[in-house]
Design a protein around this ligand. Structure first.
Ligand code: NI
Length: 432
């Protein structure tokens, strides 16, 4: 049982924004049992002084590829085609399963240190990310990337792997799953239909990249006579709860489909900027009541997994590109990084808010830091001035993963050593 005493808590307000309230948080068996008043029979085994701290729900990274941290900073300032075909894809071929384990541990170090408590991951090497997540205690939505023109062309094998991974880890309470057709251009038509059907039969959500580049949209129109969104909708994919990453180029009909089918859009501003793809029309998506969540994408295309940086980008780019400071507010950014991400992951009953009955996925932010001073607006500070390194304490389901900025479940030094060995083996590591 943990009591966080006298802490400033970020709560949703009636106007759909946020408010701050100073109170105590009581945590028992991994859940928030009460705010303000101690429940009867509550005996705090640990008391955390929250006097100079802000408590908020742990951030939810709605789209990443955690193992890709091993490719961080190795192919920048190149054309998209060079980046993907000359660098990233040949490197992917050289990776072995264990590399994905160490890469995802590196991702978890970065995520925990910058306040992320849950992430949706698309990967290629099964069992490595859930293994690292269970050891670490972070919450993860695991999705094995599915690609193939037909079932015979590796499609069935990858689908079998996805289900074998689900069976191996489904007993873990912090791990959940979705099926992840990589994209409409990397999966054949029949394959996408099978995946849509399998998702339905097994009550699994869908995690997919959609309409990331103009080239993708033009090719879909040429090949299928439809936009990527119209195309996957026609195959029944959106009959399942879906998170669509990117959605940069949308037609009027695309907006209507996303809204009607309740699709969540995971926007990844840094990745879209780095690869020169533009931005998702977030203001318009919000206006139409579409669930917008926030992701970092992988470290090969970002190059950071810091959700504070991502919230900052989200808040600023739409002001800059619309030449209007109003379209996306600080509260919109916080919501995208918390409750909306939880909803996209199918976890809104458990996480995304600080409320009695929710799991205790909470981060404490040190307010004795420049970004939060003077105390003019902590909500603005979270989006426009914080860097992520103000995060002091992180807990997932009441288990402390970082306290006083010290990680409690990961041996950082060992992970740095291992990932540098991998980078050297891949021929991308600097010889320092
Ligand atoms: Ni991605």
């Amino acid at each position: 049982m943990i009591q966080i005493k006298n802490v400033l808590v970020l709560l949703e307000s009636e106007d759909k924004g946020f408010k701050l309230q100073r109170t105590d948080i009581f945590i028992k068996n991994g859940k928030i049992v009460s705010l303000g008043k101690a429940p009867e029979d509550f005996f705090a085994e640990k008391i955390i002084d929250g006097t100079r701290k802000l408590a908020m729900p742990g951030l939810v990274n709605a789209h990443t590829h955690s193992y890709m941290t091993v490719f961080r900073n190795c192919a920048d300032d190149r054309s998209f085609e060079d980046w993907l075909f000359k660098y990233i894809m040949p490197l992917e071929d050289k990776l072995v399963a264990e590399d994905a384990y160490w890469g995802s541990l590196l991702a978890m170090i970065e995520m925990i240190k910058t306040g992320t408590t849950c992430f949706t991951d698309m990967h290629m090497h099964i069992n490595q990310v859930p293994k690292a997540a269970v050891e670490t205690g972070i919450r993860a939505v695991i999705t094995r990337g599915l690609a193939g023109e037909t079932l015979a062309d590796g499609g069935q094998r990858r689908l079998d792997e996805a289900f074998s991974e689900i069976n191996n880890w489904k007993g873990e309470e912090n791990i959940s799953f979705m099926l992840a057709p990589h994209a409409p251009y990397s999966c054949g038509k029949e394959y996408l239909k099978v995946i849509a059907q399998m998702a339905k039969e097994n009550d699994l959500g869908i995690n997919i990249h959609l309409s990331e580049s103009l080239f993708e949209v033009e090719s879909a129109k040429e090949n299928f006579g439809m936009t990527p969104i119209e195309y996957v909708d026609s195959l029944g994919l959106f009959e399942n709860r879906t998170v669509a990453a990117h959605c940069v180029n949308l037609s009027e009909n695309d907006f209507n489909i996303l809204k009607e089918k309740n699709v969540s859009v995971a926007t990844n501003p840094a990745s879209n900027m780095k690869l020169g793809n533009g931005f998702a029309p977030v203001a318009e998506l919000l206006k139409r009541g579409i669930n917008v969540c926030l992701g970092t994408d992988g470290a090969a295309s970002n190059n950071s997994l810091n959700m504070f940086r991502e919230m900052g980008f989200l808040g600023l780019i739409h002001k800059g590109t619309a030449k209007d400071p109003l379209p996306v507010s600080a509260a919109d950014c916080i919501k995208a990084a918390t409750a909306n991400g939880a909803k996209a992951a199918g976890l809104s009953e458990k996480i995304g808010k600080i409320e009695a009955g929710m799991d205790a996925d909470i981060i404490l932010i040190d307010m004795d830091t420049p970004a939060f001073n003077p105390f003019n607006s902590s909500i603005s500070a979270l989006v426009y001035s914080a860097g992520g390194y103000e995060v002091d304490t992180v807990m997932v389901k009441g288990k402390i993963l970082m306290e006083g900025r010290i990680l409690t479940t990961i041996d950082e030094e060992k992970v740095y050593y291992k990932v540098n060995e991998i980078a050297k083996r891949l021929g991308i590591g600097e010889n320092l």
